[in-house]
Design a protein around this ligand. Structure first.
Ligand SMILES: Cc1cc2nc3c(=O)[nH]c(=O)nc-3n(C[C@H](O)[C@H](O)[C@H](O)COP(=O)(O)OP(=O)(O)OC[C@H]3O[C@@H](n4cnc5c(N)ncnc54)[C@H](O)[C@@H]3O)c2cc1C
Length: 468
C-alpha cells in the first residue's frame, strides 16, 4: 500500500516534495525535543489544490496525517507518532501573500506564511498585524490559528481567533472550503471558522486566512514597576486599565526567582529594579508620540506609588531601553532551560483570583516537595501565568520529573480548577495534555467535541491521538 500511495503522492506534488529519506528530524522532533517520531513521509504541497490532492489520496488509502507549520508547538501536536505510518503535511512551501486591502484593513495569506513575514507585510503598508510571540520567526499563521495562539498583545487585540476574519480549509475528504471573507459581520449559519481555529489540525487543514489589520500607533513604549505582592500587581493592572484605556497593550509579570535566573544565566542584561518581589512590565501604544506615552506612564506610576500599589518604577527613555526591558522578559524561558529540567504549566485564571491561586498552589507545592522553586511569570493582563516548577537547588531534575511530575501537575491543576481556571491557556492540548482534557472537561463537553470530530473526520485521518 505504502509504495503505491507514495508513488501517487509523488505524481501529485513532484518527487522533490515528497521527502522519505535523509534527515527528517526537523519534521519528526518537537521543538522542546521531548518527542522524536517516525514519519511515513513528509508532503510539501505548493498550493491549496495540491494540499487537497494530498488529503484525497490519504482518504483513499486510509493514511493518517499530521498537519505541520513551523513545528514550534509546545504540546507535541505537530510531529508524527513512532509508527512510521503517519504522513507529515508540511504547509511551509505555501507562503504567498495573496491580497492586501488597505481600505478594508485585511490581509489574505497562505497558511504557511511565517508570522514575522505577515507582520512585515502589514508594516510595509504602515499597518499593524498585532499577533506577537517569541517563536514568530518560525511559527506559521496556519499553526497560530490551529492553536489559537496568544502572545504578548492579547490584552488589547485578543488572541489569534480574534484577529482572523476568514479561513480556507481543506477537509479530511480533500474538499476545499473557501471561507476567505473579509467581512466583520456575517451571521449566516454556524461559524465554521471558529470551529477550525484552535482545533490543532484535528478537524481540517488550514490553507489560507484573511487577517485583521490595524493602524500602526505613533509610538510604543515600556515601563517597569516593582510590586511587593501579587495583590499589588493586580491592583496596578486595574489602575493602568483605567488610566491608559486601550493604550495599554502589554502587562507582563515576572516573579523574583524568574528574574534571579535571568541574572544568573544572562548577567549582561540590565535589571533596573533589583530585589522587587514582583516586577511588572507595562507596554503602551500611543497615537500621539513617545513623549506623550512617557508622560502618561509617569502620571500613572506616580499615582500608583502614592496609592501604595508599587514600590518603585522605571520608564524607558528610548526604544533601546524598551527593547532591553522586553529582552529580560523574553529571556526567562531560556534562563530556566539553562538552570535545568522543569515542569511547565501554562494556566489561565480570572485575574482577580490570581493572588489567592498563587498563595494556595505555592503552599501546597512547598508542603509536598519542600524546597521546590517556582518560576512564576507571564501575561498577567490576560490572567495567563507560566507557573513552572523547578527542582530544589542542587537536585536531580530528571529524577524529580520522573518521580513527581504527575503529582506536581495534580497539585497545580487542582488549584487551577478550584478557581475556575484553565490548565491550558495558550499552548493547547496536543498529545501532552490529552489525559488532562479527558479528566477535567465535563462529559457533555467531551461528547460534543467527539461528535464534531466524527462529523468532520469520520475516518479519523487528521492528527489522531491529539486533543481527543
Ligand atoms: C519560544 C516559543 C515561544 C512561544 N510563545 C508562545 C506564546 O507566547 N503564545 C502562544 O500561544 N504560543 C507560544 N508558543 C507556541 C507556538 O509557537 C504556537 O503554538 C504557534 O502558534 C505554533 O505555530 P506553528 O506554525 O509552529 O505550528 P506547529 O507547531 O507546526 O503546529 C501546532 C499545531 O497546529 C497544527 N497545525 C499547524 N499548521 C496547521 C495548519 N495549517 N492547518 C491545521 N493544523 C495545523 C499542528 O498539527 C499542531 O497540532 C511558543 C513557542 C516557542 C517555541
Amino acid at each position: 500500500m505504502s509504495a503505491e500511495f507514495l508513488n501517487e503522492l509523488r505524481a501529485a506534488l513532484g518527487a522533490d516534495h515528497v521527502l522519505c529519506d535523509g534527515d527528517l528530524s526537523s519534521y519528526e522532533q518537537d521543538w522542546r525535543k521531548r518527542w522524536h517520531g517516525k514519519a511515513l513521509a513528509v508532503a510539501r504541497p505548493a498550493d491549496t489544490a495540491q494540499a487537497a490532492a494530498v488529503m484525497r489520496l490519504c482518504a483513499r488509502h486510509g493514511v493518517t496525517v499530521v498537519p505541520q507549520g513551523g513545528n514550534t508547538g509546545l504540546v507535541v501536536g505537530s510531529v508524527p507518532d513512532d509508527s512510521g505510518r503517519q504522513l507529515v503535511l508540511s504547509l511551509r512551501r505555501m507562503n504567498r501573500v495573496r491580497a492586501l486591502d488597505t481600505a478594508n484593513l485585511t490581509l489574505t495569506v497562505d497558511a504557511g506564511c511565517v508570522l514575522q513575514s505577515v507582520q512585515e507585510a502589514a508594516e510595509a503598508q504602515g499597518l499593524l498585524f498585532p499577533l506577537s510571540l517569541a517563536a514568530e520567526g518560525s511559527a506559521t499563521i496556519g499553526g497560530n490559528l490551529a492553536t489559537n495562539a496568544g502572545g504578548t498583545q492579547v490584552l488589547r487585540f485578543g488572541n489569534a481567533r480574534e484577529l482572523c476574519l476568514g479561513l480556507e480549509v481543506v477537509t479530511a475528504q480533500g474538499e476545499v472550503w473557501d471561507g476567505l471573507t473579509g467581512l466583520r459581520k456575517d451571521n449566516t449559519g454556524y461559524d465554521l471558522r471558529d470551529l477550525f481555529i484552535g482545533s490543532e489540525g484535528t478537524l481540517g487543514v488550514i490553507t489560507g486566512a484573511t487577517l485583521k489589520l490595524f493602524p500602526r500607533p505613533a509610538a510604543v513604549t515600556t515601563a517597569l514597576a516593582a510590586c511587593a505582592s501579587m495583590e499589588q500587581a493586580v491592583g496596578l493592572l486595574k489602575a493602568a486599565r483605567q488610566k491608559l484605556g486601550a493604550g495599554l497593550t502589554g502587562f507582563e509579570v515576572m516573579g523574583r526567582f524568574a528574574l534571579d535566573l535571568v541574572a544568573k544565566h544572562f548577567p549582561e542584561l540590565p535589571q533596573p529594579l533589583p530585589g522587587a518581589a514582583w516586577t511588572v512590565l507595562l507596554e503602551q501604544s500611543d497615537d500621539e508620540s513617545e513623549t506623550h506615552a512617557q508622560e502618561r506612564f509617569e502620571a500613572l506610576l506616580a499615582t500608583a506609588l502614592e496609592d501604595g500599589l508599587i514600590e518603585d518604577a522605571a520608564v524607558a527613555q528610548s526604544q533601546t531601553q524598551s527593547k532591553a526591558m522586553w529582552h529580560v522578559r523574553e529571556s526567562i524561558s531560556l534562563a530556566q532551560a539553562q538552570e535545568g529540567l522543569n515542569i511547565k504549566h501554562d494556566i489561565a485564571l480570572p485575574v482577580s483570583s490570581i493572588p489567592a491561586f498563587c498563595a494556595q498552589a505555592d503552599a501546597a507545592l512547598q508542603s509536598a516537595f519542600p524546597g521546590v522553586r517556582i518560576v512564576n511569570f507571564g501575561h498577567l493582563g490576560d490572567g495567563n501565568l507560566h507557573y513552572n516548577v523547578q527542582v530544589p537547588e542542587g537536585g536531580d531534575g530528571a529524577a524529580f520529573l520522573r518521580d513527581h511530575e504527575p503529582a506536581v501537575n495534580r497539585i497545580v491543576f487542582d488549584a487551577v480548577q478550584s478557581f475556575d481556571g484553565s490548565f491550558s491557556a495558550e499552548h493547547g492540548i496536543g498529545s501532552l495534555k490529552r489525559e488532562e482534557l479527558a479528566q477535567r472537561k465535563s462529559p457533555t463537553a467531551m461528547a460534543l467535541m467527539r461528535a464534531i470530530k466524527q462529523a468532520l473526520d469520520p475516518q479519523g485521518l487528521l492528527n489522531p491521538g491529539r486533543v481527543l
